[in-house]
Design a protein. Structure first.
Length: 256
């Protein structure tokens, strides 16, 4: 296998590197053939039916010849990859209506696929320690929402919603384990990143609780007041359970 890797990141940003060389899609990352590459990179090496890809990429009401349009998009992506730093190869494999990206001798690394595999293993794993390790791996991979600048694309909306659900589930498990272990510094660090990506989804509560457990009361009070102020400005809403935890935090702040 080639020592160089094709590395694709789609959480929080879109970047593609082959070894140390950047493959610059530029504005093409928003184009149909750029999106085709992104779809294939959600599960590199796995097959996608042309029908499903066409449904994701094109508006049925606006594109008369879907198959022809997709064939043209596949052709354009092939031509683009030929001019990229990748060595020559038949990377787009089409057989019986199924398209997949085949790296051949090149190792292909996709952050979203690695994340999804970690989430799948987490669901099946029984060992508590191993489950926590997988959650930590998922947290490290999840650097932001999935392709946020394409958030109006239906296929991106659906993928993003699924990744977010997996992320929240793994994070909740990891934070509970860390709390049982008394690792409040770990909780603070992990919850802080989550709160940056998804403000007012309750991660601030974990952050403030960990500050209080570490007896950093002034910082906790400042973080609490900032969260209240920001939520009032933006209209952020917490679930009933989160509201109760937040109320209890406020009560603790009032205690001498």
């Amino acid at each position: 296998m080639s020592a160089k890797k094709l590395s694709v990141k789609m959480f929080g940003k879109f970047s593609v590197k082959y070894g140390e060389r950047v493959i610059t899609f530029g504005r093409q990352g928003d184009s149909k053939f750029g999106q085709l590459f992104q779809i294939l990179m959600t599960k590199p090496g796995q097959g996608f039916s042309k029908r499903n890809i066409a449904e994701a990429l094109y508006d049925w009401d606006k594109v008369e010849y879907l198959n022809a349009s997709l064939n043209n998009t596949i052709f354009r992506l092939r031509k683009y990859l030929e001019t990229s730093p990748l060595p020559p190869g038949e990377y787009l494999q089409l057989s019986e209506g199924v398209l997949r990206f085949d790296g051949g001798e090149i190792e292909v690394e996709s952050d979203v696929w690695s994340f999804e595999c970690a989430a799948q293993e987490f669901e099946k794993e029984q060992d508590r320690g191993r489950k926590a390790e997988l959650c930590k791996k998922g947290w490290e991979l999840y650097q932001g929402e999935f392709l946020p600048w394409l958030s109006s694309e239906q296929w991106v909306i659906e993928k993003s919603r699924n990744y977010q659900k997996l992320y929240f589930g793994m994070l909740e498990y990891l934070l509970r384990v860390l709390k049982e272990e008394g690792d409040y510094r770990g909780i603070e660090s992990i919850a802080a990143r989550a709160a940056e990506i998804y403000p007012y989804d309750g991660w601030e509560i974990w952050q403030i609780e960990s500050m209080m457990a570490l007896e950093r009361y002034k910082e906790a009070e400042e973080a609490y007041r900032k969260t209240v102020t920001d939520m009032q400005k933006t209209g952020g809403l917490l679930s009933k359970r989160q509201q109760e935890r937040f109320r209890k935090l406020g009560d603790k702040m009032q205690q001498p």
